[in-house]
Design a protein around this ligand. Structure first.
Ligand code: PMP
Length: 435
């Protein structure tokens, strides 16, 4: 056996024995071992321990927006770590990268979203937004406003609040006791929200949370007027509107933030993932100026909410460099243009292959539905695509049988063509077996 095969085997054995993988099938891990042990990344490509190269059609977890292998981010992390790796942001302590990033976020987020609370990721961002919403109503003298409404098919993370808000029921069923006061409405109907508010009583509702484009739940894009109507329901009934931009932020949909497609501004915006393109662990919540003014005016004593890594200097330095790259390289414009190419490609496959149903996309978030009477086939297509050199994801919740995509924003036309060709050939291979 070659040296690299010996290492690969050793790693696979250790993986099975010692590594409980997140969001994974333990049975599959034990039977098959790791599918890929990645060792390198360059642009839209990942390479594994055996030297196999694949297109990262998901930007890993919808997050590597600027692509793999960008040395500038390593440099920014190293410089900050060498200068000041960590110091606290509790109480009145602060640091330069956190301050500058908060100011940058105020500049690039829409409307009067102006102050940021930092977390280490998206789940913490969601829990923070729900707790800040409830705390806000306590400060406003309306402590009975505590219910959080989210949407069916939504994904908000796996912390206790985020799990409780997640509309994909299997994530909630994983545990047997959730956080109280969470409710779910139909995902693309503002009327469903209005009805829920009227049934439950607006005096009991703190906030409504929504992803501008639902990601993990299958890339569902809201109709044009949906968020305007949502904003109106929230305004009519004094309900805070939170957008979860953990996937849709930082250029993913062809605008800086997904909600900009809909011309409304939320009261709070959760972000993570693309803020650092995954090069460091960072998330947060941006609050509207008017909310922050209310906090300033009414808050007494200590704001008893904070993570050790809130405002982590290294993570914030990486985020600043990442946002600079997104801006300097016009990656948002590229996401828009390449998103159109991706959707064109999906439509071509739809014309060629019987297994393909609806296709959709906004910027570089895309979905291809699979229609068959042979049970869900998207997981098998994902395996075939991986063999042929493309990473994508299957969504099989709620009777969906859908492939989803979110390649790096740096992707070019040729790489889109390769992605589309591999996808086509993978679907063709499965058609040969099942049709
Ligand atoms: N919100 C959304 C919309 C997400 O897609 C995710 C992660 N996929 C999260 C929250 C949770 O983020 P994290 O995994 O960083 O906790």
């Amino acid at each position: 056996m070659s040296e690299s095969k010996i290492v690969a085997q050793e790693l696979a054995d250790l993986d099975k024995k010692h590594f409980l993988h997140p969001t994974s099938s333990i049975q599959q891990q034990q039977e098959q071992g790791p599918g890929f042990i990645f060792t390198k990344g360059e642009g839209v490509y990942l390479e594994d321990v055996s030297g196999k190269k694949v297109i990262d059609g998901m930007s890993s977890l919808w997050n590597v927006n600027i692509g793999h292998g960008r040395k500038e981010l390593g440099q920014a992390a190293m410089e900050q770590m060498n200068k000041l790796a960590f110091s606290s942001c509790f109480a009145t302590f602060s640091n330069e990268p956190a301050i500058r990033l908060a100011a940058k976020l105020a500049e690039i987020t829409p409307g009067n979203l102006n102050s940021t609370f930092f977390t280490s990721g998206g789940s913490e961002a969601n829990d923070t937004a729900y707790k800040l919403a409830r705390h806000y109503w306590i400060l406003k003298g309306r402590p009975e406003k505590k219910k959080i409404i989210s949407r069916k098919r939504s994904y908000h993370g796996v912390a206790m609040g985020a799990t409780s808000a997640t509309g994909l029921k299997p994530f909630r069923d994983f545990t047997n006791s959730l956080a109280p006061d969470f409710y779910y409405v139909d995902n693309l109907s503002a009327q469903s929200l209005r009805e829920m508010v009227e049934t439950e009583g607006p005096e009991s509702i703190a906030a409504f949370v929504a992803e501008p484009v639902q990601g993990a739940g299958g890339v569902h894009i809201a109709p044009e007027n949906y968020f305007k109507e949502v904003r109106k329901v929230c305004d009519d009934y004094d309900i805070l509107f939170i957008t979860d931009e953990v996937i849709t932020g930082f250029g993913r949909t062809g605008k800086t933030f997904g909600i900009e497609h809909y011309g409304v501004v939320p009261d709070m915006m959760c972000f993570a993932k693309g803020v650092t393109s995954g090069y460091a662990q960072l998330g947060g919540v941006v609050l509207s100026e008017s909310m922050f003014d209310d906090f300033k005016e009414r808050s007494v004593g200590t704001l008893l909410h904070g993570y050790t890594y809130s405002g982590h200097p290294m993570a914030c330095a990486v985020a600043l460099k990442n946002i600079e790259i997104i801006e300097n390289e016009n990656l948002i414009e590229n996401a828009k243009n390449m998103g159109e190419e991706l959707l064109k490609g999906f439509k071509w496959i739809q014309g060629e292959r019987k297994l393909v149903g609806e296709v959709r996309g906004l910027g570089l978030m895309g979905a291809v539905e699979i229609k068959s009477n042979k049970g869900p086939l998207s997981p098998i297509i994902v395996n075939e695509a991986a063999k042929q050199g493309l990473i994508c994801r299957s969504v099989v919740f709620d009777d969906m049988d859908t492939l989803v995509f979110s390649p790096p924003l740096t992707i070019n036309k040729q790489e889109i063509e390769s992605l589309i060709n591999i996808l086509h050939d993978s679907i063709y291979a499965i058609e040969q077996k099942f049709l």
